[in-house]
Design a binder for this molecule. Structure first.
Ligand SMILES: Cc1cc2nc3c(=O)[nH]c(=O)nc-3n(C[C@H](O)[C@H](O)[C@H](O)COP(=O)(O)OP(=O)(O)OC[C@H]3O[C@@H](n4cnc5c(N)ncnc54)[C@H](O)[C@@H]3O)c2cc1C
Length: 502
């Protein structure tokens, strides 16, 4: 639990110590968006940040690039930093369970959203730009590219993903090198590092505590339910031993804080459902008292279908190599990256992967049970829409081209052969049987259906959601940059609403 930086950030795993206390804001989930959000709110207010996992500091599997990917191989039910889940459509997937969230287990690739995404979101462009820059000044690096990433770049260019844009953080057509949260010494900077950039004295981080539900206070006169706090359990404790923490009370509703869910695309819809906000019929099945009949909670879940091609015929003991290069092809519709992934402590495989950037297929998330530590049931309906299958056919043909480049043959010490392109039929079969994830799933609490444009949950007061569950599409090539940005952006908007200078 060693605090980082100037040592003023208070982190505890003692649920009893926090039980019964009150704060101006309670942020549920210390992940990619949750940490910058808590940091900025703490500049003016007291904040309780509740994270179900432990601290990333001192864990080499999280912090050290040479162990990149190993944390994804060591998953268990309640304590590992990565929690695995399999969607109802049979695709294995992962999510972070540690302070820093998925930014602590991911590939660290950092690339901003397109102008178009920002315009459609209706965000203030200058505030967005400033928020990206703030994140970049603290946790984003441009390291020298590794030999495999240099080869990936050549492959992408040889396959016609042009122009060569050199280094850029922008979402632009062609091939580019982008930023990374791994610094030049191979040390990962998770979103947790951003907590120091707020007022650490006003943040309390409660680790290893899982939020079970939101406490609502009913105002019968106004027929209004307002979030008043949270119920939580010790992550490895009993489900029946619950504790409570509260929002500070104030007579004037405009000077009250909020409970803000930042528990990720699986966690936030799950906590809403467990708290009685969701489709009435579904909640009845679990005897959860209804607070608001919000049918869209858990709807519109989406993941980008992806195909990966293994390039080496057998495993080697090369160092794992997270992505630094990306190909943005087919008018922004296909995203290609190359990685070296561990398959055990000392074996790795080389992979080229691509995702369909704008799938049309959508699915849903529902509860399996009422234990907040368990994964909810999620179905992404990969490739169920014909348009996605057509895109995937194009994508796998492009992957054929990329993976048969001269640069790869040279890197792997093989003879270069011009691989024949798969037919549409073969490509369709490959897509259907080999569909995987880029881990960029989103939705479940989309803006406009579950939350308004200020991320307030419809039908109740004092509750917001700020994380990937609010997106209806994945921003840019990879979402982390925009989720880090969103945490700061929404916190600044909240401070402005309350006339607090930042
Ligand atoms: C393996 C992997 C590789 C990826 N690679 C990249 C990449 O290279 N670049 C990129 O841009 N994106 C990448 N992504 C995607 C990106 O990391 C995620 O989209 C993003 O981090 C999600 O941010 P979030 O804030 O929505 O959720 P998260 O960062 O997942 O945060 C949610 C937090 O809430 C906590 N939580 C959940 N439920 C509760 C509860 N009930 N009580 C308390 N705490 C709770 C979780 O433990 C977690 O810390 C990758 C993702 C994965 C899984």
């Amino acid at each position: 639990l060693e605090p980082q930086g100037n040592g003023q950030l208070y982190m505890t795993s003692d649920v009893k110590e926090i039980s019964g206390k009150s704060y101006d804001y309670i942020v549920v989930g210390g992940g990619t968006a949750g940490c910058p959000l808590a940091a900025i709110l703490s500049k003016r207010f007291s904040v309780l940040l509740v994270e179900r996992g432990s601290s990333p500091y001192g864990n080499p599997l999280v912090m050290d690039k040479k162990y990149y990917g190993l944390s994804l191989l060591q998953t268990d039910e309640y304590t590992s930093v990565a929690q695995s889940f399999t969607s109802e459509d049979g695709v294995s997937n992962l999510r972070g369970r540690v302070l820093g969230g998925s930014s602590a287990i991911n590939g660290g690739f950092y690339s901003r959203a397109s102008e178009d995404f920002i315009r459609k979101a209706g965000w203030d462009r200058k505030l967005v730009r400033d928020a990206y820059k703030w994140v970049e000044s603290k946790v984003v690096f441009q390291s020298e590219i590794t030999p495999w990433q240099a080869v990936t770049k050549l492959n992408l260019l040889e396959a016609g993903i042009l122009p060569d844009n050199g280094f850029s953080l922008e979402h632009i057509k062609g091939t580019k090198v982008s930023g990374s949260v791994f610094d030049e010494y191979g040390r990962r900077h998770t979103s947790a590092d951003l907590l120091q950039a707020g007022n650490p004295k006003r943040i309390t981080v409660l680790l290893n505590a899982t939020v079970k539900s939101i406490i609502f206070n009913k105002n019968a006169n106004r027929n209004e339910s307002r979030a008043g706090g949270i119920r939580f359990i010790q992550s490895n404790g009993s489900l029946n031993q619950t504790y409570e923490a509260y929002l500070k009370q104030s007579k004037n509703s405009s000077s009250r804080g909020d409970v803000i869910l930042a528990a990720g695309a699986l966690g936030s819809p799950q906590v809403l459902l467990l708290s009685g906000i969701g489709p009435q019929q579904h909640l009845q099945n679990f005897n959860i008292p209804l607070v608001a009949d919000l049918k869209e909670v858990g709807q519109g879940m989406q993941d980008n279908p992806s195909i990966g091609i293994l390039l080496d015929t057998k495993s080697e003991n090369r160092l794992p190599d997270p992505p630094q290069v990306v190909g943005i092809a087919d008018d922004f519709k296909i995203i290609v990256q190359g990685l070296i992934l561990p398959i055990s402590l000392n074996e790795t495989r080389i992979v080229i992967s691509a995702k369909v950037a704008f799938p049309a297929s959508r699915g849903k998330l529902e509860l399996n049970n009422t234990d907040p530590r368990q994964n909810p049931a999620v179905n992404f309906n990969y490739l169920s829409n014909r348009k996605d299958l057509d895109e995937c056919v194009k994508l796998s043909q492009l992957l054929d081209q990329v993976s048969s480049s001269k640069a790869i043959a040279l890197f792997l010490g093989m003879e270069h052969k011009n691989k024949s392109m798969s037919t549409e039929d073969e490509a369709r079969k490959l897509c259907k049987s080999n569909v995987r994830t880029f881990y960029h799933y989103h939705g479940g609490c989309a803006v406009g259906s579950v939350v308004d444009k200020d991320h307030r949950v419809y039908g109740v007061k004092g509750l917001r959601v700020v994380d990937g569950s609010t997106f209806s599409e994945s921003p840019g090539t990879n979402p982390m940059a925009t989720l880090l940005m969103l945490g700061r952006y929404q916190a600044i908007k909240i401070l402005k609403e309350r006339n607090c200078p930042v």
